[in-house]
Write a protein that binds this ligand. Structure first.
Ligand SMILES: Cc1ncc(COP(=O)(O)O)c(C=O)c1O
Length: 356
């Protein structure tokens, strides 16, 4: 896009941070002041931005690092489908304008870390246009899911975002560390970081004029190598296959009486837990059991799942982004969960019998 800028950074957190710096720079410019010169000490109206309760915590860290304070993030509840609730967002923005605050940015997510949900980007773009706000999309995990044509329609509106954070070291299998900050208004990004005037030097723009980092490694080479070897179609096939494997995992989990499916789709994250029918009414025991299970499974090393508690339940989380993932791997995850789960259950039983 004419006038846009993009720069590789260390990962999703830094990509989000870089984009938010541009958003803040732009908002202050719109109001006629220079946030880099004056800092937040002299801010006329406190800046606020918005994120759903499913958004990633790195946004909070960015906002804290920018000196806005984490209270500047107004968390918008999500709908039952775990998407940002656009009506509640509108109410909050209007209330904030009314209270003398300065709404400046909406942070949407294309692929939340918990479930891979994609916010209603088109509706959010409409609202941002109506309210004069910057729409940032955190696509660290999920942006490249758009390559799978079966889910691509869910991303409608992403092309209207003012900025997008991606993580090449997640779904593109580029070695860590590599993310990318894409900003439609490239001048705002440059203004947020540069120390020279545009066109002051004769050379090509320095990347250090667009980020906090100065000296850096040649990240673009890794990205080029992956794209060159896999091609767009190869990447699309790998991503579509990962999503298919996630569907398979969800199906297998549903077919197992000892497992409970917590969430799955639309991308490649599946949440489930070991929950034999006789324990379904024992939430505390199930939480304890599943926590122990994940730890033990990681120690055994046959499958690697993470655990976080979601909607009050301790669950296992599979996030399938490795292009080599096969059906056998998926079946191993299920078998391993059941076998380690049973072992941990007996261990807990033995422990409670001993105590008696
Ligand atoms: C939605 C989302 N945003 C941001 C991040 C942070 O990315 P990184 O760990 O590369 O800094 C993650 C990481 O899981 C993520 O899922």
């Amino acid at each position: 896009v004419e006038g846009s800028a993009g720069v590789f950074v260390s990962g999703g957190s830094e990509a989000n941070f870089t984009c938010l710096q541009a958003a803040r720079q732009w908002a202050a410019q719109v109001d006629g002041w220079d946030v880099r010169a004056e800092g937040v000490q002299r801010m006329r109206y406190p800046f606020v931005l918005y994120q759903s309760d499913q958004g990633h915590f790195c946004i909070r860290r960015s906002v804290e690092a920018m000196g806005l304070g984490r209270n500047a993030i107004h968390i918008i509840p999500s709908t039952p489908s775990l998407q940002m609730d656009v009506d509640r967002l509108r109410d909050q923005i209007l209330a904030d304008w009314g209270a003398g605050l300065r709404p400046f940015c909406v942070v949407a997510t294309a692929g939340t870390v918990e479930t891979g949900t994609i916010d209603p980007l088109d509706d959010l773009a409409d609202l941002c246009a109506e309210q004069g706000l910057w729409l940032h999309v955190d696509g660290a995990y999920g942006a490249f899911g758009i390559l799978d044509e079966r889910v691509a329609p869910l991303y409608k509106g992403i092309e209207r975002a003012h900025s997008l954070a991606t993580d090449q070291h997640k779904w593109l299998s580029v070695p860590i560390d590599c993310g990318c900050a894409l900003v439609r208004n490239g001048a705002a990004l440059r203004d947020a970081f540069s120390l020279t005037l545009p066109n002051q030097d004769e050379h090509e723009p320095w990347l250090s004029e667009y980020t906090l980092q100065r000296t850096r490694r040649f990240r673009a080479l890794d990205v080029w190598a992956v794209i060159h070897s896999a091609g767009r179609n190869g990447l699309a096939r790998a991503i579509a296959h990962n999503i298919k494997m996630a569907h398979l995992l969800a199906q297998l989990v549903e077919a197992e009486p000892d497992l409970e499916l917590i969430s799955s789709g639309p991308l490649s994250i599946v949440r489930f837990r070991f929950a034999p029918p006789e324990l379904r009414n024992e939430p505390l025991l199930l939480d304890r059991l599943n926590k122990a299970l994940v730890h033990e499974m990681q120690q055994q090393g046959r499958a690697f799942l993470t655990s976080t508690s979601f909607q009050g339940k301790e669950a296992l989380r599979a996030c399938i982004v490795n292009y080599m993932t096969t059906e056998t791997d998926i079946r191993t995850i299920v078998d391993e969960t059941i076998s380690v789960g049973k072992k941990e259950h007996s261990a807990i039983n033995r422990g409670s019998t001993k105590k008696r």
